[in-house]
Ligand binder design. Structure first.
Ligand SMILES: [Zn+2]
Length: 302
């Protein structure tokens, strides 16, 4: 990303977050309230597959159309995100001016958006900052370690999709982690926080390593509700340094046969210590075939 692009991104973020915090210092961020306060009218209707959302300018007035055919629940996280996206086309000066001038008659938007289109990518980013302002997000996560349950709580608290929560977690880099997108059994892309020290992912567009939780889904349809323990050699190709380390993998199962895996390092296990000179702590057994095993009597001392 060039410096100019970084600056532009920051500008959009500042704009969206200032609107969110001004209107909703405490409450859930509601794009309808923002539209009402800004004189933007809106309607939910049936437009088949024409778009998810669309903003139109006519004679000095802005109207947002939201499509119930592609998204039947007006209060769903996805609809809120689309609504946030359309307000972005109003609040970002260049987008609004293009609409007013008639150079662009209207902005139809789809979910997922076509992010090769700069205006679409900008409106999408605006929506993510509007609905998940960093200050509120950080406050909610304060002193709470990364876990699947935390990500799900954030999604409920802010009424956004789990995917949006994960992208934001990565963006603001709250804890070392990686996101891996896979589709039809292949790794499509991955991205990590700068402090995630494990760069040895397989190449993009190659088959997923077979022992990952995501690969299990593509192989036999198995889904996990919570995060699973995976080993370094399940995911990474260079094992010289990380062979014995363990990670959590939380999978989000998405349309179009995609899986988003969130990976983070599992904290070291606390091992019990035993006094092996004390025979009461363990027994050495020998079975009828002569193999030996040790059974340990756990007697934790606090
Ligand atoms: Zn758009």
């Amino acid at each position: 990303m060039t410096n100019e692009q970084k600056y532009r991104k920051q500008e959009i973020k500042d704009l969206a977050e200032s609107i969110a915090l001004e209107y909703f210092p405490e409450k859930l961020i509601d794009p309808e309230v923002i539209a009402d306060a800004s004189g933007i009218t809106y309607s939910y209707g049936h437009y088949l597959e024409a778009f998810d959302g669309l903003i139109q300018h006519r004679a000095g007035r802005f109207h947002i159309f939201l499509n119930l055919d592609r998204n039947p629940d007006a209060k769903s996280p996805r609809m809120r995100y689309t609504f946030g996206h359309e307000t972005g086309h109003y609040f970002i000066d260049e987008h609004r001016n293009a609409l007013i001038s008639g150079r662009v008659r209207e902005h139809p938007s789809f979910n997922p958006p076509d992010t090769r289109n700069v205006a679409e990518a900008e409106a999408e980013y605006f929506s993510s900052c509007l609905l998940l302002p960093e200050k509120k997000y950080r406050a909610f996560c304060y002193k709470r370690p990364l876990s699947g349950a935390l990500l799900e709580e954030i999604a409920i608290k802010f009424q956004v999709s789990l995917t949006a929560v994960c992208y934001k977690y990565l963006e603001i880099s709250l804890f070392p982690m990686a996101l891996v997108m896979s589709q039809n059994g292949s790794l499509k892309w991955h991205q990590t926080t700068p402090d995630f020290k494990y760069p040895w992912f397989p190449k993009w567009n190659t088959p997923l390593p077979p022992n990952t939780a995501a690969a299990e889904y593509f192989r036999n349809g198995r889904t996990y509700k919570t995060e699973e323990i995976v080993f370094a050699d399940d995911w990474f190709t260079d094992l010289r340094r990380v062979k014995d380390e363990q990670f959590w993998e939380k999978c989000i199962y998405l349309p179009s046969n995609k899986v988003l895996s969130i990976l983070w390092k599992k904290e070291k296990q606390v091992y019990w210590t035993f006094d092996f000179t004390n025979q009461k702590d363990f027994q050495l057994r020998m079975d009828s075939r002569g193999s030996r095993s040790i059974s340990v009597k756990v007697r934790p001392k606090f």
